[in-house]
Design a protein around this ligand. Sequence first.
Ligand code: ADP
Ligand code: MG
Length: 245
Amino acid sequence: MIKVVDLGKTYINGSLGVEALKGVTLHVEQGQFVAVMGPSGSGKSTFMNLLGLLDRATCGAYQLAGQEVSTLDDNQLAIVRNLRIGFVFQTFNLLPRLSALKNVELPMLYAGIKPSERRQRAAKALERVGLGNRLEHRPNELSGGQNQRVAIARALVNKPAVLLADEPTGALDTRSGEEIMAIFQELHREGATIVLVTHEPDIARHAERQIFFRDGQLVRDEATVNPIDARDILNSLTEGRVTHE
Ligand code: ADP
Ligand code: MG
Protein backbone atom coordinates (compact mmCIF):
# COMPACT_ATOMS: atom_id res chain seq x y z
CA MET A 1 0.00 0.00 0.00
CA ILE A 2 2.87 2.33 0.91
CA LYS A 3 6.29 1.97 -0.70
CA VAL A 4 8.91 4.61 0.00
CA VAL A 5 12.50 4.27 -1.15
CA ASP A 6 15.39 6.46 0.05
CA LEU A 7 13.08 9.26 1.07
CA GLY A 8 14.92 12.37 2.23
CA LYS A 9 13.92 15.82 3.40
CA THR A 10 16.09 18.86 3.99
CA TYR A 11 14.45 22.01 5.33
CA ILE A 12 16.07 25.21 4.16
CA ASN A 13 15.88 28.17 6.53
CA GLY A 14 17.79 31.03 5.00
CA SER A 15 21.30 29.74 4.40
CA LEU A 16 20.88 26.91 6.91
CA GLY A 17 19.79 23.42 5.88
CA VAL A 18 18.32 20.91 8.33
CA GLU A 19 18.51 17.33 7.08
CA ALA A 20 15.42 16.06 8.90
CA LEU A 21 15.05 12.77 7.01
CA LYS A 22 17.92 10.74 5.62
CA GLY A 23 17.16 8.02 3.10
CA VAL A 24 14.19 6.22 4.64
CA THR A 25 12.96 3.05 2.96
CA LEU A 26 9.73 1.42 4.13
CA HIS A 27 7.02 -0.85 2.78
CA VAL A 28 3.65 -1.06 4.48
CA GLU A 29 1.31 -3.83 3.34
CA GLN A 30 -2.40 -3.34 2.94
CA GLY A 31 -4.18 -3.79 6.25
CA GLN A 32 -1.08 -3.30 8.38
CA PHE A 33 -1.10 -1.20 11.56
CA VAL A 34 2.31 0.42 12.11
CA ALA A 35 3.41 2.57 15.05
CA VAL A 36 6.15 5.13 14.40
CA MET A 37 8.27 5.89 17.44
CA GLY A 38 11.44 7.79 18.27
CA PRO A 39 12.78 10.71 20.28
CA SER A 40 11.52 14.24 19.79
CA GLY A 41 13.11 15.76 16.70
CA SER A 42 13.95 12.39 15.12
CA GLY A 43 11.89 13.12 11.99
CA LYS A 44 8.57 11.38 12.72
CA SER A 45 6.36 14.32 11.78
CA THR A 46 8.51 15.13 8.76
CA PHE A 47 8.03 11.54 7.59
CA MET A 48 4.27 11.61 8.20
CA ASN A 49 3.88 14.91 6.36
CA LEU A 50 5.61 13.35 3.35
CA LEU A 51 3.44 10.20 3.53
CA GLY A 52 0.37 12.43 3.84
CA LEU A 53 1.41 14.55 0.85
CA LEU A 54 1.34 17.63 3.05
CA ASP A 55 4.93 18.36 2.08
CA ARG A 56 7.32 17.29 -0.66
CA ALA A 57 10.40 15.14 -0.24
CA THR A 58 13.80 16.49 -1.25
CA CYS A 59 14.66 13.11 -2.79
CA GLY A 60 13.40 9.56 -3.04
CA ALA A 61 10.39 7.73 -4.45
CA TYR A 62 6.92 7.19 -3.01
CA GLN A 63 4.29 4.80 -4.31
CA LEU A 64 0.85 4.94 -2.77
CA ALA A 65 -1.53 2.11 -3.69
CA GLY A 66 0.55 1.41 -6.79
CA GLN A 67 0.70 5.03 -7.97
CA GLU A 68 3.99 6.95 -8.05
CA VAL A 69 3.16 10.22 -6.33
CA SER A 70 6.56 11.92 -6.01
CA THR A 71 6.35 13.16 -9.60
CA LEU A 72 2.81 14.63 -9.47
CA ASP A 73 2.21 18.37 -9.78
CA ASP A 74 0.54 20.33 -6.98
CA ASN A 75 -3.01 19.98 -8.36
CA GLN A 76 -2.73 16.23 -8.86
CA LEU A 77 -1.16 15.92 -5.43
CA ALA A 78 -4.10 17.72 -3.82
CA ILE A 79 -6.54 15.32 -5.48
CA VAL A 80 -4.64 12.22 -4.34
CA ARG A 81 -4.33 13.68 -0.84
CA ASN A 82 -8.05 14.33 -0.58
CA LEU A 83 -9.20 11.01 -2.03
CA ARG A 84 -6.60 8.50 -0.82
CA ILE A 85 -5.29 9.80 2.47
CA GLY A 86 -6.95 10.31 5.82
CA PHE A 87 -4.82 12.39 8.19
CA VAL A 88 -5.41 12.81 11.92
CA PHE A 89 -3.45 15.50 13.79
CA GLN A 90 -2.57 15.88 17.45
CA THR A 91 -4.49 19.17 17.55
CA PHE A 92 -7.56 17.87 15.65
CA ASN A 93 -7.44 20.74 13.08
CA LEU A 94 -11.23 21.11 12.87
CA LEU A 95 -12.83 24.31 11.62
CA PRO A 96 -14.17 26.00 14.79
CA ARG A 97 -17.20 27.67 13.19
CA LEU A 98 -18.53 24.50 11.60
CA SER A 99 -20.61 21.75 13.21
CA ALA A 100 -19.23 18.23 13.52
CA LEU A 101 -21.35 17.25 10.53
CA LYS A 102 -20.05 20.12 8.34
CA ASN A 103 -16.45 19.39 9.34
CA VAL A 104 -16.84 15.77 8.27
CA GLU A 105 -18.54 16.83 5.02
CA LEU A 106 -15.54 18.95 3.95
CA PRO A 107 -13.44 16.28 2.17
CA MET A 108 -16.54 15.22 0.23
CA LEU A 109 -17.20 18.84 -0.74
CA TYR A 110 -13.75 18.94 -2.35
CA ALA A 111 -14.49 15.59 -4.00
CA GLY A 112 -17.65 17.02 -5.59
CA ILE A 113 -20.17 14.74 -3.90
CA LYS A 114 -23.72 16.06 -3.86
CA PRO A 115 -25.15 17.61 -0.65
CA SER A 116 -27.68 14.93 0.30
CA GLU A 117 -25.10 12.15 -0.02
CA ARG A 118 -22.50 14.24 1.85
CA ARG A 119 -24.85 14.71 4.75
CA GLN A 120 -25.81 11.06 4.87
CA ARG A 121 -22.23 9.78 4.71
CA ALA A 122 -20.98 12.32 7.26
CA ALA A 123 -23.73 11.35 9.71
CA LYS A 124 -22.87 7.69 9.24
CA ALA A 125 -19.17 8.32 9.82
CA LEU A 126 -19.96 10.23 13.02
CA GLU A 127 -22.27 7.45 14.23
CA ARG A 128 -19.46 5.01 13.64
CA VAL A 129 -17.16 6.88 16.05
CA GLY A 130 -19.95 7.13 18.63
CA LEU A 131 -21.03 10.71 17.93
CA GLY A 132 -24.42 10.12 16.33
CA ASN A 133 -25.94 12.41 18.94
CA ARG A 134 -23.45 15.28 18.41
CA LEU A 135 -23.93 16.09 14.73
CA GLU A 136 -24.73 19.77 15.20
CA HIS A 137 -22.17 20.48 17.94
CA ARG A 138 -19.25 22.75 17.20
CA PRO A 139 -15.68 21.93 18.32
CA ASN A 140 -15.87 24.20 21.40
CA GLU A 141 -18.98 22.31 22.53
CA LEU A 142 -17.17 18.96 22.46
CA SER A 143 -14.43 17.40 24.61
CA GLY A 144 -10.93 16.76 23.27
CA GLY A 145 -11.64 13.07 22.80
CA GLN A 146 -14.89 13.85 20.99
CA ASN A 147 -13.14 16.36 18.72
CA GLN A 148 -10.54 13.75 17.85
CA ARG A 149 -13.36 11.34 16.98
CA VAL A 150 -14.83 13.99 14.66
CA ALA A 151 -11.39 14.29 13.06
CA ILE A 152 -11.21 10.51 12.60
CA ALA A 153 -14.68 10.52 10.99
CA ARG A 154 -13.48 13.28 8.65
CA ALA A 155 -10.33 11.30 7.82
CA LEU A 156 -12.38 8.20 6.95
CA VAL A 157 -15.24 9.69 5.05
CA ASN A 158 -13.70 9.43 1.56
CA LYS A 159 -12.66 5.81 2.26
CA PRO A 160 -8.91 6.54 2.01
CA ALA A 161 -6.27 3.97 1.08
CA VAL A 162 -4.33 4.81 4.23
CA LEU A 163 -5.05 6.39 7.57
CA LEU A 164 -2.16 8.46 8.95
CA ALA A 165 -2.13 9.82 12.49
CA ASP A 166 0.57 12.02 14.09
CA GLU A 167 0.37 11.77 17.91
CA PRO A 168 -3.45 11.51 17.82
CA THR A 169 -3.63 10.94 21.58
CA GLY A 170 -0.95 13.48 22.47
CA ALA A 171 -3.42 16.17 23.57
CA LEU A 172 -5.77 13.79 25.39
CA ASP A 173 -5.98 12.32 28.88
CA THR A 174 -5.23 8.60 29.25
CA ARG A 175 -8.83 7.47 29.15
CA SER A 176 -9.78 9.48 26.04
CA GLY A 177 -6.55 8.29 24.45
CA GLU A 178 -7.51 4.66 25.06
CA GLU A 179 -10.95 5.32 23.54
CA ILE A 180 -9.29 6.74 20.44
CA MET A 181 -6.99 3.70 20.24
CA ALA A 182 -10.00 1.39 20.52
CA ILE A 183 -11.36 3.06 17.37
CA PHE A 184 -8.05 2.61 15.53
CA GLN A 185 -8.00 -1.05 16.57
CA GLU A 186 -11.51 -1.60 15.29
CA LEU A 187 -10.60 0.07 11.98
CA HIS A 188 -7.56 -2.20 11.80
CA ARG A 189 -9.74 -5.29 12.37
CA GLU A 190 -11.94 -4.10 9.51
CA GLY A 191 -8.90 -3.96 7.21
CA ALA A 192 -7.68 -0.35 7.35
CA THR A 193 -4.01 0.41 6.68
CA ILE A 194 -2.80 2.64 9.53
CA VAL A 195 0.47 4.46 10.28
CA LEU A 196 0.40 6.16 13.67
CA VAL A 197 3.05 8.22 15.45
CA THR A 198 3.31 8.08 19.21
CA HIS A 199 6.07 8.39 21.77
CA GLU A 200 3.95 6.45 24.27
CA PRO A 201 4.76 2.70 24.40
CA ASP A 202 1.31 2.07 25.93
CA ILE A 203 -0.30 3.58 22.86
CA ALA A 204 2.08 1.83 20.44
CA ARG A 205 1.22 -1.59 21.88
CA HIS A 206 -2.02 -1.48 19.86
CA ALA A 207 -0.08 -1.64 16.58
CA GLU A 208 1.26 -4.90 15.11
CA ARG A 209 4.55 -3.43 13.90
CA GLN A 210 6.80 -0.77 15.39
CA ILE A 211 9.37 1.29 13.55
CA PHE A 212 11.82 3.59 15.33
CA PHE A 213 13.45 6.77 14.07
CA ARG A 214 16.66 8.33 15.28
CA ASP A 215 18.18 11.49 13.84
CA GLY A 216 16.20 11.23 10.61
CA GLN A 217 16.90 7.56 10.00
CA LEU A 218 14.73 4.50 10.38
CA VAL A 219 16.85 2.42 12.75
CA ARG A 220 14.53 -0.38 13.91
CA ASP A 221 11.59 -2.17 12.34
CA GLU A 222 10.00 -5.09 14.17
CA ALA A 223 6.89 -6.83 15.36
CA THR A 224 5.35 -5.01 18.32
CA VAL A 225 7.22 -5.51 21.59
CA ASN A 226 5.69 -5.01 25.01
CA PRO A 227 5.59 -1.44 26.39
CA ILE A 228 8.46 -2.02 28.83
CA ASP A 229 10.79 -3.18 26.05
CA ALA A 230 9.59 -0.39 23.76
CA ARG A 231 10.48 2.14 26.45
CA ASP A 232 13.96 0.59 26.78
CA ILE A 233 14.46 0.93 23.03
CA LEU A 234 13.32 4.56 23.13
CA ASN A 235 15.69 5.30 25.99
CA SER A 236 18.57 3.68 24.15
CA LEU A 237 17.80 5.84 21.09
CA THR A 238 17.77 9.00 23.19
CA GLU A 239 21.02 8.24 25.02
CA GLY A 240 24.17 9.79 23.68
CA ARG A 241 22.17 11.86 21.26
CA VAL A 242 23.07 15.49 20.68
CA THR A 243 19.96 17.54 21.40
CA HIS A 244 19.32 21.19 20.70
CA GLU A 245 16.31 21.40 22.98
P1 ADP B 1 9.54 14.65 15.46
O1 ADP B 1 8.15 14.69 14.90
O2 ADP B 1 10.15 13.29 15.50
O3 ADP B 1 9.61 15.32 16.80
P2 ADP B 1 10.19 16.50 13.30
O4 ADP B 1 9.96 15.76 12.05
O5 ADP B 1 9.14 17.47 13.71
O6 ADP B 1 10.51 15.49 14.49
O7 ADP B 1 11.56 17.30 13.18
C1 ADP B 1 12.75 16.69 12.68
C2 ADP B 1 13.83 17.76 12.54
O8 ADP B 1 13.47 18.68 11.53
C3 ADP B 1 14.04 18.59 13.80
O9 ADP B 1 15.42 18.89 13.90
C4 ADP B 1 13.23 19.83 13.53
O10 ADP B 1 13.76 20.94 14.23
C5 ADP B 1 13.38 20.00 12.04
N1 ADP B 1 12.21 20.64 11.40
C6 ADP B 1 10.93 20.21 11.42
N2 ADP B 1 10.13 21.02 10.72
C7 ADP B 1 10.93 22.01 10.23
C8 ADP B 1 10.70 23.17 9.42
N3 ADP B 1 9.50 23.46 8.95
N4 ADP B 1 11.78 23.96 9.14
C9 ADP B 1 12.99 23.65 9.60
N5 ADP B 1 13.29 22.58 10.36
C10 ADP B 1 12.26 21.77 10.68
MG1 MG C 1 6.32 15.28 15.74
